[in-house]
Design a binder for this molecule. Structure first.
Ligand code: SF4
Length: 324
């Protein structure tokens, strides 16, 4: 099935656009249709590279999946212990690691359905199993899962979430709670453009007789400038999806491994400023947009970052750019 290539917007897409135009081109244009076997092989290869992950991302992903399972179980009236939650995350991490180490063929044939770590792809020293480095590297991420899972289950600031009734849970990873098979990517429409904003978790309580909407973003890394921007976009999501006013929405970044929470409740002036920032970002993207379903475009229109840039160090496209 052919998908229409259209301009869409998300906070992460705007971040990629700001950090490296070439990476943005590879992610959203050159790799387009790379899943189609009839596509030129360079575009298929770009698609494969796009689907690679790294251990920090894999660890964050499996922790998200385990927390999502916790809330799916809660919405079905079941419980899940801390050991079960952490065990699920660690098992998924180990399974992904082994698949990446042993299953290169699977990644080549089905990049969207397999784990392939950039650390393995680029033969990085941190993952060399002939030295103690690989064991230390893996252990670091297992410990992150243990720390993050423990904080999620025991933090007093998250205690109220464990007592939610099924009817108070609005969404888990952007989908209906318990609907594990859903492939829908929730979007809202702003500035005539599809905006992706997928809350990790949302619930509704009644405060002073009025509905109040809570949106949680689970973070396994350190705080970034874009995190606050993302919370503003979640407030817009709640306004669009649930008819909330800004004052009825609280968005919370939960930094699971450091045990830090940052909550924001926006007023209308702040929402207007977030909309202005989105509109500016979208305008810049639109000025470079073309239909990647019809042509591959020119990479020269999307400049690389300067040599030795920080961004290149962990980028999936290093081999396309000739960067070490
Ligand atoms: S390797 Fe560097 S220049 Fe190339 S896409 Fe990645 S960040 Fe950009």
């Amino acid at each position: 099935m052919a998908f229409a290539h259209e301009l869409s917007w998300s906070v992460s897409r705007s971040g990629t656009f700001a950090s490296c135009k070439r990476r943005y081109y590879n992610d959203y244009y050159f790799s387009w249709n790379g899943w189609d076997r009839s596509s030129p092989k360079e575009r298929t290869e770009a698609w494969r590279l796009k689907k690679m992950t790294r251990m920090p991302m894999l660890a964050g992903d499996v922790l998200h999946q385990a927390i999502a399972e916790y809330f799916d179980q809660l919405s079905e009236g079941n419980g899940m212990s801390e050991d079960e939650l952490i065990g699920m995350a660690v098992t998924k991490l180990r399974t992904g690691y082994k698949q990446s180490r042993d299953g290169q063929g699977l990644w080549r044939s089905r990049p969207g359905q397999s784990v392939h770590l950039a650390e393995h792809h680029f033969k990085e020293a941190c993952i060399d199993e002939s030295t103690p480095a690989a064991g230390d590297y893996g252990k670091k991420y297992v410990e992150r899962l243990q720390t993050g899972g423990h904080f999620f289950m025991t933090s007093p600031e998250l205690e109220s979430l464990h007592g939610l009734s099924p009817s108070e849970i609005l969404c888990v990873e952007g989908r209906d709670p318990g609907d594990r098979a859903s492939r829908d990517m929730p979007t809202i429409q702003l500035f005539d453009t599809k905006v992706f904003a997928i809350p990790d978790f949302a619930c509704k309580t009644v405060e002073n007789g009025r509905d109040h909407f809570w949106i949680y973003d689970w973070k396994s890394g350190s705080p970034r400038e874009l995190d606050e921007f993302q919370l503003g976009v979640y407030t817009l999501y709640a306004m669009e999806k649930w008819g909330a006013t800004p004052e009825q929405v609280t968005c919370v970044d939960v930094y699971l491994t450091s045990g830090e929470l940052r909550a924001m409740c926006h007023n209308q002036a702040e929402i207007d400023s977030i909309l202005a920032r989105m509109e500016e970002s979208l305008g810049e993207m639109r000025s470079m947009h073309f239909d990647a379903g019809l042509q591959a475009g020119s990479p020269d229109d999307f400049p690389m970052t300067p040599p030795d840039s920080f961004e290149c160090g962990t980028c999936n496209y290093r081999e396309l750019c000739g960067r070490p």
